[in-house]
Design a protein around this ligand. Structure first.
Ligand code: SAH
Length: 363
């Protein structure tokens, strides 16, 4: 069941070698007359020693190095900008890809270690009305290797300080479940013990609520943390904030979350962005608690004070009101936290990342 999707709909020709999962690389080696165990060596060079040139893979034969060079690139991202927040805890990277499109990646320092927020698509077509990432629509999908590369690029920056990326959140630009196969390949590679080896429990995937993919993802039975952006407790309000709700309204979404709870035995996080006068009343907190109980869900609620996006009109809920919302959930027996914020001064906070149109600027 778990391996069901491996290699299914993914193209055979991969631009970056980082796009090859361990199993795909083994198959490629066999197809090219090489022993399978070379996959372990190649993974170690790529992800542990982190070389960027096939020539440096000195325990491979010259012939194999040539074949690799003919078939794949290693690096497909160029760092264009690297910015640090004033408190030094957040760094934003702007990377340019082979075709000139740029993507953003954020590194955050927490008390428990370093986490990386990766981008899953160039732009986004989900259209949430409070989010900057969707403003220019979807430009193109990312290959899994372009997502893996983001982590490696950031890890290289940390190598200089002798530090290690300890967790990953799929909460940058894009909707991971609108690029499902590549995201699954990405998860396999970063989780692989010969790869970057980040434990599944240190990885969080967040979706706007593409229901069929929630069922698929539950069936993968991965141990990764799973979050759903809820943001509203009625279809009317949610459809206004998130047009995706018209296709997948609450009566479809919530049973899929229940299925996820039951199939994986894991709790799900509801992200709830508090927007002044929109969705932040005590009645809405009560309705949220009721929804969770009515559907018998195992949920942790993460309250996000909404971040300002110049093109959008939403204002932040008052501090006292945020606490009131939190208290109401707690009183109703709901597990809840308020998200700590970082990176405002470099526009690296939730919902502030945007796909830059560098491609059209440079051509
Ligand atoms: N497409 C995925 C990942 C997106 S980003 C998803 O929708 O879940 C991660 C979180 O940031 C989501 O919960 C998203 O709704 C939230 N977000 C988007 N814009 C925001 C903003 N302006 N302020 C606060 N949170 C925002």
């Amino acid at each position: 069941m778990k391996k069901k999707r491996e290699k299914s709909n993914r193209p055979n020709k991969r631009d970056s070698i980082y796009s090859m999962t361990f199993d795909e690389l083994q198959q490629w080696l066999v197809d090219n007359g090489e022993p399978k165990f070379r996959a372990t060596q190649i993974f170690e060079w790529l992800y542990q020693k982190r070389v960027e040139d096939f020539e440096d893979m000195t325990n491979l034969s010259k012939g194999l190095r040539e074949k690799l060079k003919d078939s794949f690139k290693i690096t497909t991202l160029e760092t264009v900008v690297q910015q640090k927040s004033s408190d030094g805890r957040t760094m934003k990277f702007l990377f340019e890809m082979n075709d000139g499109y740029t993507i953003e990646t954020v590194l955050m320092k927490h008390d428990y270690g370093y986490s990386v927020c990766v981008t899953s698509q160039v732009g986004c077509r989900i259209g949430c009305t409070f989010c900057a990432s969707t403003l220019g629509g979807l430009k193109r999908q990312l290959e899994s290797g372009e997502i893996v590369s983001q982590v490696l690029k950031v890890q290289r920056a940390l190598d200089e300080q002798g530090e290690r990326v300890s967790s990953i959140v799929l909460m940058g630009i894009g909707e991971p479940f609108d690029n499902y196969e590549e995201i699954m390949a990405f998860l396999r590679t970063i989780n692989h013990d010969k790869g970057i080896n980040i434990g599944a429990r240190h990885i969080t995937l967040s979706t706007s609520g593409i229901v069929p993919r929630i069922y698929d993802f539950a069936n993968e039975k991965l141990q990764v943390n799973f979050a759903v952006s809820l943001h509203a407790v009625t279809n009317e309000r949610r459809s206004k904030l998130m047009p995706v709700n018209k296709a997948f309204p609450l009566e479809k979404l919530l049973p899929s979350v229940k299925y996820y709870n039951e199939t994986t035995g894991r709790r799900v996080t509801f992200e709830y962005g508090l927007m002044g006068g929109e969705n932040d009343s005590v009645e809405e907190a009560q309705a949220l608690a009721k929804l969770i109980k009515d559907y018998h869900l195992n949920i942790h609620v993460n309250l996000i004070p909404v971040n300002f996006v110049p093109e959008r009109n939403y204002v932040r809920t008052e501090r006292s009101q945020i606490f009131e919302f939190e208290r109401t959930l707690k009183e109703n027996g709901i597990n809840v936290t308020i998200r700590r914020e970082q990176g405002h001064d470099i526009d690296a906070a939730c919902g502030q990342l945007r796909a830059k149109e560098r491609k059209s600027e440079t051509r």
